[in-house]
Design a protein around this ligand. Structure first.
Ligand code: FES
Length: 121
């Protein structure tokens, strides 16, 4: 089971300085949840602040025994949500969560921030 974690308090670049606007992360969470429903083997959760506030909207893709990937600089659009869900589905299908570059959805290219090896061997 691969989990997509969405930062619910993130703000996209264009709205980051206007605190009269609500964060974009909650809407992104809804869109990613909808997009992920098309892929068995995915779950989606929200959490406040992944500590990448300067490059929101942020998300993490993780699973036991697999590489964790942190992605950011999303606008939170339905297209972003679909690309993230498509990528997470590939993460679930590939050994160790390693998705070959040739399989990356176009919409995740340029959004990778970090990867973290699994704790368990
Ligand atoms: S508010 Fe999203 S990473 Fe901090």
């Amino acid at each position: 089971m691969t989990t997509i974690t969405i930062c619910t308090t993130c703000r996209r670049q264009a709205a980051r300085d206007d605190r009269t606007l609500p964060p974009d992360g909650e809407a992104f969470l809804v869109r990613v949840t909808e997009a992920a429903a098309a892929h068995p083997g995915l779950q989606v959760r929200g959490t406040p602040c992944l500590m990448g506030c300067e490059h929101g909207c942020n998300a993490a893709v993780s699973a036991a025994g697999r590489m964790t990937y942190v992605l950011g600089r999303f606008e939170g659009t339905p297209e972003d949500a679909a690309a993230l869900a498509d990528y997470a589905a590939l993460h679930a299908e590939n050994d160790g969560g390693l998705v070959p570059f040739r399989q990356w959805p176009q919409g995740v290219k340029g959004h990778f921030v970090a990867r973290v090896p699994p704790l368990d061997p």
